[in-house]
Design a protein around this ligand. Structure first.
Ligand code: ZN
Length: 83
């Protein structure tokens, strides 16, 4: 984790505004993308939300089927079940 030097005040509703340049550099599209919130000890970690494989949680080689993300490895495993 690296410091950005960016400090933002949390408003009364708990909202926080991300600097546009930061959004752009992280390919976060304002008004469209969602962020997933993680907590580790006393740290809040925000990550651009990207649904993972429904079976193993992988973010690699994803295919969407019936609104469910499935990775290539799980597709291969499922294909083997049919044999
Ligand atoms: Zn998978």
């Amino acid at each position: 984790m690296r410091a950005t030097g960016i400090i933002r005040k949390v408003d009364f509703a708990g909202r926080l505004v991300l600097p546009p340049d930061l959004c752009d550099s992280l390919h976060i599209e304002r008004g469209k993308d969602s962020l997933e919130i993680f907590v580790e000890d006393d740290h809040i970690i925000l990550r651009k939300y990207a649904p993972a494989c429904a079976f193993c949680g992988s973010f690699h080689d994803l295919t969407e089927f019936e609104n469910v993300k499935i990775c290539g490895n799980c597709i291969k495993k499922i294909a083997k079940l049919k044999k």
